[in-house]
Design a protein around this ligand. Structure first.
Ligand SMILES: Nc1ncnc2c1ncn2[C@@H]1O[C@H](COP(=O)(O)OP(=O)(O)OP(=O)(O)O)[C@@H](O)[C@H]1O
Length: 256
């Protein structure tokens, strides 16, 4: 694989264990190119979500988990950043859309600011809400119902709202853990269609089970197997001509 010219994120020899006897992620190293989409693929249980969560320090919610190695964001160690700073710079979108149920649509977009006690003028708020709802192509659909709860929206709209909420803080990196797996095919296509346009502002790292999705949307792909990063390359190269037999077996459906 070519050298990554402008790595925004550098994962260096990361190992993650939930228990003392097994490692869920084993010595993973990878540089992630700025303003691209990188897909993380692999069979169930291979460590994709565990790795993604560590990039956002979500692992700190788990008892007894152990993370070694370094994860650098623009050269700064994420694992040692102030949690609030780290959450602002690295956003996350989950499998199930999770708008804050007590907040209306407008406040959901601003949630990162509201929850962190960051004060904004009314015009700043209006601007942030409109700009971010436009970036996920939701503005026209909700501009007349901004005071309604986010949970009134369809699943696909809720997920776009959650993406807008993450983008509102202008993160450097957006992590997405199977963001369309709970959505119908039309809502999925819609979100996939947006992603290319988001790359100019944010670097995306996405876990997906869906190989054709990875092929459609990503510039680079990683294939993980039993905690190891087996192959990492340009997506077209990996799908056309994988180097490792295990990658080939997975991509041709011979491995779960
Ligand atoms: N909270 C946890 N406690 C203990 N072990 C866990 C925990 N979460 C995950 N694991 C284990 O870590 C390994 C990696 O799991 P992980 O969820 O990261 O895989 P994955 O590739 O994301 O799987 P899937 O595609 O099914 O979501 C698995 O062996 C899993 O059983």
């Amino acid at each position: 694989m070519e050298n990554i010219k402008e790595p925004i994120l550098q994962i260096k020899d990361v190992c993650i264990s939930y228990t003392s006897s097994t490692m869920a992620v084993k010595h993973v190293s990878a540089d992630i190119q700025k303003n691209t989409i990188t897909a993380i693929m692999g069979p169930s249980g291979c460590g994709k979500s565990t790795l993604l969560r560590a990039v956002n320090r979500m692992h700190e919610l788990y008892k007894n988990i152990r993370v070694t190695g370094e994860i650098l964001l623009n050269g700064e160690n994420v694992l040692q950043m102030q949690p609030m700073e780290e959450r602002r710079r690295i956003g996350m979108v989950f499998q199930r859309p999770n708008p804050f149920p007590t907040m209306n649509i407008y406040d959901n977009v601003l949630a990162g600011y509201l929850l962190n006690g960051i004060r904004l003028s009314k015009s700043e708020k209006d601007e942030i809400v409109e700009r971010n709802l436009r970036s996920v192509a939701l503005w026209d659909e909700v501009k007349d119902s901004l005071t309604k709860r986010g949970t009134f929206l369809s699943g696909g709209q809720q997920q776009r709202l959650c993406i807008a909420r993450s983008l509102a803080l202008k993160p450097d990196v957006l992590l997405m853990d199977e963001p369309t797996s709970a959505l119908d095919p039309i809502a999925t296509k819609y979100i996939e269609g947006l992603m290319d346009g988001l790359k100019k502002d944010v670097t995306i790292l996405i876990v997906t089970h869906n190989m054709s999705q990875a092929m459609r949307i990503s510039d680079y792909s990683m294939f993980m197997y039993m905690g190891e990063l087996i192959e990492y390359d340009r997506t077209d190269k990996m799908f056309d001509n994988p180097t490792d037999e295990r990658t080939r077996a997975y991509l041709t459906g011979k491995m779960g």
